[in-house]
Design a protein around this ligand. Structure first.
Ligand SMILES: Cc1ncc(COP(=O)(O)O)c(C=O)c1O
Length: 471
């Protein structure tokens, strides 16, 4: 019998399709009420231990990336910082993974698992580095690979960074399906999963997140062995939350010492991610607040029933930087350190440049990733594209930047300053989303415990918010 491929029919088969394509029975981790057992899911859904994952990655061109001290940038920080301040800045050079970013760590476990379970191919819905990562890992195993990306606005104009990613995916042997902005992405993805029977290498399964744990683990061990001190602060560029979650979990496996975990996103306040007009008025396609805030406050908006990326469980502080500040740091990294890298890692670098000035000069701050650059990913290409789209580019104070209207390159590095988001507010909004999504549920002690873990806060804090919400 011919299957109904209409939008509503495919969407109604969504759970079945997902279950078959990731091989995880999410129901088995659900609890009564609003919660689920996150740690049980992380332990049981992906059966690979940290050391097994390290081996899988090492064998496949992933991990063991160098930790590099940015000596000249640190000197510049110390010129701007008060006496005795100015932490040493290091970067973990993740661009040296085979596909050019930390996303290779995520893809490594999914592709290994897909091959082991006998899938013929892998698929991912992503406009970012993850496509290249899946394509690269799939090539190693002889798996077929399809990447579905949201690329164009309705005029058919592609965001240069996403166009570059399509090129890279195709170069690595993947088939790339390019769509315009809109709701058809998820539908197309589900339909293709059903038709092909391929493995869904989702960014948000325990396979992907456990793959990133090796990054956090490595950076602590390298810092201790090569520099002689546990890092004090680690800055992670945050979008869907997996980068921060996996890194923080790996850090906890490497040390009992407190390492402050800071999330950093590019400030794109006021720009709507689903807007056709605004799609090409932003110069960053990931690591920005348009993903960072919604995913932190409601992780299960992802393409699997329960996301393994839950950054509020680990985040100690959440800061933003502006587009112009990241472009400035991109050039600074190239010109002062001789390292030319792409946008997402440089988001954290811009944040670290400011935060290092608050820390003592014997402390260590690590920017936990770099990514490759080139073609449309390059800041030169992004700035030209922004200008073509009517964005005003000028030198000045980045505080005056209005996303979608202008890009302000700091006229002086002393103007690069992080903006602290109110983490309490972000946490409240996470609780509110859990409650609003389950309006009928009578909250139990188990639910309260789940909420405490979700936002890493004590019972008094959670009860206070619930009271404000009338629960
Ligand atoms: C290079 C790079 N860094 C950081 C991120 C953010 O990771 P996450 O979405 O897991 O927060 C991305 C995601 O697209 C990325 O490609």
């Amino acid at each position: 019998m011919k299957q109904d491929k209409s939008y509503s029919a495919v969407m109604s088969r969504r759970n079945e399709i997902m279950k078959k394509s990731v091989g995880i029975d999410y129901e088995s981790f659900e609890q009564e009420g609003i919660g689920f057992s996150y740690e049980k899911m992380m332990r049981e859904a992906s059966p690979y231990s940290l050391s097994e994952i390290q081996k899988i990655q090492l064998y496949n061109g992933v991990g063991h990336t160098p930790l590099k001290e940015l000596k000249n940038i640190t000197k510049m920080v110390r010129k701007l910082a008060p006496k005795g301040k100015g932490a040493r800045i290091f970067i973990k050079d993740e661009a040296l993974n085979d596909s050019g970013s930390f996303k290779a760590r995520r893809a490594a476990v999914s592709c290994y698992h897909a091959k082991k379970k006998g899938y013929k191919g892998v698929m991912a819905a992503t406009s970012g580095n993850y496509g290249a990562a899946v394509a690269s890992q799939a090539a190693k195993y002889g798996l077929k690979c399809i990447i579905v990306q949201e690329c164009f606005d309705s005029r058919g104009v592609g965001q240069p960074e996403i166009v570059e990613k399509a090129r890279k995916c195709e170069a690595l042997g993947a088939e790339v399906i390019q769509l315009s902005v809109g709701p058809e992405l998820f539908y197309t993805f589900l339909k293709l999963l059903e038709e092909t029977g391929y493995f869904n290498a989702s960014l948000y399964t325990p396979f992907g997140i456990s793959g990133i744990e090796t990054l956090g683990y490595e950076l602590v061990k390298q810092c201790e062995n090569e520099v002689g001190r546990t890092p004090d602060v680690v800055v992670c560029t945050n979008a869907g939350g997996g980068n921060l979650t996996g890194t923080a979990r790996g850090i906890k496996k490497a040390t009992d010492k407190k390492v402050q975990i800071i999330g950093a996103s590019v400030n794109l306040k006021g720009l709507h991610m689903a807007s056709d007009y605004q799609f090409n008025r932003k110069s960053f396609t990931t690591g920005h607040t348009g993903f960072g805030i919604p995913f932190a406050t409601y992780p299960d908006r992802s393409d699997v029933p329960r996301s393994a990326a839950r950054p509020l469980r680990y985040m100690d502080r959440y800061v933003t930087v502006n587009q112009g500040e990241v472009f400035f740091m991109t050039e600074t990294l190239a010109i002062l350190e001789g390292i030319e890298r792409g946008p997402a890692g440089n988001t954290s670098l811009a944040a670290a440049f400011s935060i290092a000035q608050e820390l003592d000069d014997d402390q260590i701050i690590i920017v936990q990733e770099t990514e490759y650059t080139g073609a449309g990913k390059h800041h030169g290409a992004q700035l030209s594209f922004a200008r073509e789209n009517g964005i005003n580019i000028q030198f000045g104070n980045p505080r005056d930047e209005i996303p979608g209207e202008n890009i302000i390159i700091p006229k002086n590095p002393s103007l690069i300053k992080v903006n602290d988001l109110d983490l309490t507010r972000v946490k409240k909004s996470c609780i509110k989303n859990h409650i609003n999504n389950n309006p009928e549920v009578e909250l139990t002690e188990q639910d309260i415990l789940f909420l405490m873990e979700e936002i890493n806060e004590n019972k008094t804090f959670v009860l206070e918010i619930l009271k404000e919400l009338g629960r």
